[in-house]
Design a protein around this ligand. Structure first.
Ligand code: SF4
Ligand code: SF4
Length: 396
């Protein structure tokens, strides 16, 4: 696969209505790249994707999680205290009306989204107003809510599963594999009972040194899940040297203290044998189960080793995210970088979204990013948003 766009024909063939929002997002990115990025002076008239880290709470503690894992920065009492700051349902409902004017993909993640107190009501509203409504979940609450998820016509659900059986449970907690399988089965049963194609189900497998040798097993097991796609996320990792460079850069350039990077410096990239993993990936990509199996980032087999072992080497550059994508944190803070939420553009509890999207801070961030070498910052090298939307570097 040469790039992420290559999945479109396959999606079009197998899930035509899913192809439309994906194609629209790609188109927005292309227009932003060729018009807003070079000519709009740091402003953007595109908005393809709004993500919501809707709660700091989660019922799992996955070992590599930047929030709740070994080096996680959003857990325990601190997360409980932060949970008191969540955006009230009424404000979200107003915000959805505001966003519906441009109809972006609304993508809800967390923590675990089902732990937001009014989640099913909010989800119903989002799905009604913005059909490309997507939820990223650990899957453990799907069975309980399957009937309503299908009835409310959610667009897509992405479920995290990092291995088959015990491989997954060693990362995500005992019993979690079985609960995810039961959740997926419950949603599929409801889709059949209600005669619905929605929601499309996607599986997300995040690679670490605990599961990479077992990837093929989970990909094969997932064949039973009636998926629309399976994403293999190579993982967001950093190390102390990259984190330090980013900290210094953000302080000097934006006057902002970055606190969360150590969450990604967890060492679960270490010891991944690039040659062996490349062979496994090549076998996996040969499989044809009637839905796309996508690696993020798409990269040549020979470069896998560098992806895990040279964390300071960029594999993508020229970040376009702030021209098409914005993240809203559980406390209402708006920022561009999902992984580094410290540079805050504004807060939706106090202002309308669109008065924030092109404000002075947003323009300054975009202009600084664009002027920086290769259009990225020192800590961006494995940023997931960049992997999805950045420019592929020569050799990768
Ligand atoms: S389910 Fe997601 S948010 Fe929760 S611990 Fe695991 S990776 Fe982190
Ligand atoms: S690549 Fe850098 S600037 Fe772009 S979204 Fe990621 S962290 Fe932010």
């Amino acid at each position: 696969m040469k790039n992420n766009l290559a999945i479109l024909p396959q999606i079009l063939r197998t899930r035509a209505s899913l192809a439309l929002p994906v194609a629209k997002a790609f188109l927005s990115k292309l227009i932003a790249q060729n018009i807003d990025y070079p000519f709009a002076g740091g402003k953007s008239r595109r908005l393809a994707l709004v993500t919501f880290r809707i709660t700091p709470l989660c019922n799992q503690s996955c070992v590599m999680c930047s929030q709740r894992g070994k080096t996680g920065v959003l857990k325990g009492r601190y997360a409980q205290e932060e949970a008191k700051k969540i955006v009230p349902l009424q404000r979200y409902l107003e915000l959805v009306d505001e966003l519906a004017r441009v109809n972006p993909i609304l993508y809800v993640w967390g923590g675990e989204p089902f732990l937001y107190p009014h989640f099913m009501d909010l989800a119903q509203n989002m799905a009604r107003k913005c059909p490309a409504f997507t939820v990223n979940t650990n899957g453990t609450y799907l069975a309980r809510h399957a009937e309503r998820i299908v009835r409310d016509q959610w667009g897509s659900v992405y479920i995290s599963l990092d291995g088959r059986g015990e491989v997954n449970d060693a990362i995500r907690g005992k019993g979690s594999y079985q609960r995810v399988v039961e959740g997926i089965q419950a949603v599929n049963r409801e889709k059949e009972r209600q005669g619905s194609d929605l929601p499309y189900l996607g599986l997300v497998t995040t690679i670490s040194n605990l599961n990479y040798l077992h990837l093929e097993e989970v990909v094969r097991a997932a064949r039973e899940f009636k998926l629309s796609w399976h994403m293999i996320n190579l993982g967001t990792y950093t190390n102390a040297a990259v984190a330090e460079k980013q900290r210094r850069f953000m302080l000097e350039t934006f006057g902002v203290r970055v606190n969360g990077m150590e969450g990604f410096a967890n060492g679960y990239n270490e010891g991944i044998d690039g040659r062996r993993f490349a062979e496994i990936l090549a076998r996996v990509q040969e499989l044809d189960f009637g839905y796309p199996i996508i690696t993020v980032p798409v990269t040549g087999a020979r470069q896998i080793d560098r992806y895990y072992n040279e964390l300071e080497t960029p594999v993508r550059d020229h970040c376009i995210c702030p021209w098409v994508h914005t993240d809203i944190d559980y406390n209402g803070d708006v920022h561009f970088c999902v992984d580094y939420p410290e540079y805050i553009l504004g807060n939706i509890k106090e202002e309308s979204f669109f008065s924030i999207y092109n404000n002075e801070k947003a323009v300054f961030f975009r202009q600084t990013l664009k002027k920086n070498p290769d259009g990225i910052f020192p800590g961006c090298t494995r940023c997931y948003q960049l992997m999805l939307l950045g420019r592929r570097r020569k050799g990768f």
